[in-house]
Design a protein around this ligand. Structure first.
Ligand code: SF4
Ligand code: SF4
Length: 101
């Protein structure tokens, strides 16, 4: 069965949890990070050998440590399925899915 929530007004809501970010499309703009209030996302720098490192938003990589930045779903257990991240994403990177109850 699909996991749903009964809102105080009596309506049923089906949370759509952030499941996947398509890294090939992501430009690391950070818009999704800014709107997520649940500490789900983490910006990651990827160097030319594919090594990954956590980076802060606004880090302009003065040392040239990485080739590109992408957003990652670091703490999926914190997601409440609000979809704010995908609504603001200019590149349509997100896939969401409901949970099984
Ligand atoms: S669905 Fe909501 S809680 Fe989940 S990652 Fe996106 S903005 Fe954060
Ligand atoms: S809003 Fe979209 S393009 Fe920007 S960092 Fe998030 S996933 Fe990547």
């Amino acid at each position: 069965m699909t996991y749903t929530v009964t809102l105080p007004g009596g309506k049923l809501w089906t949370p759509q949890f952030a499941e996947h970010i398509e890294e090939e499309k992501c430009i690391g703009c950070g818009r999704c990070f800014r709107v997520c209030g649940r500490d789900v996302l983490q910006l990651v720098g990827i160097d030319d050998e594919g090594e990954r490192m956590a980076v802060s938003l606004g880090d302009d990589d003065d040392d040239g440590e990485y080739e590109k930045k992408v957003m990652t779903i670091a703490n999926p257990e914190n997601c409440v399925g609000c979809e704010a991240c995908s609504k603001i994403c200019p590149k349509k990177c997100y896939t969401h899915a409901p949970a099984e109850a």
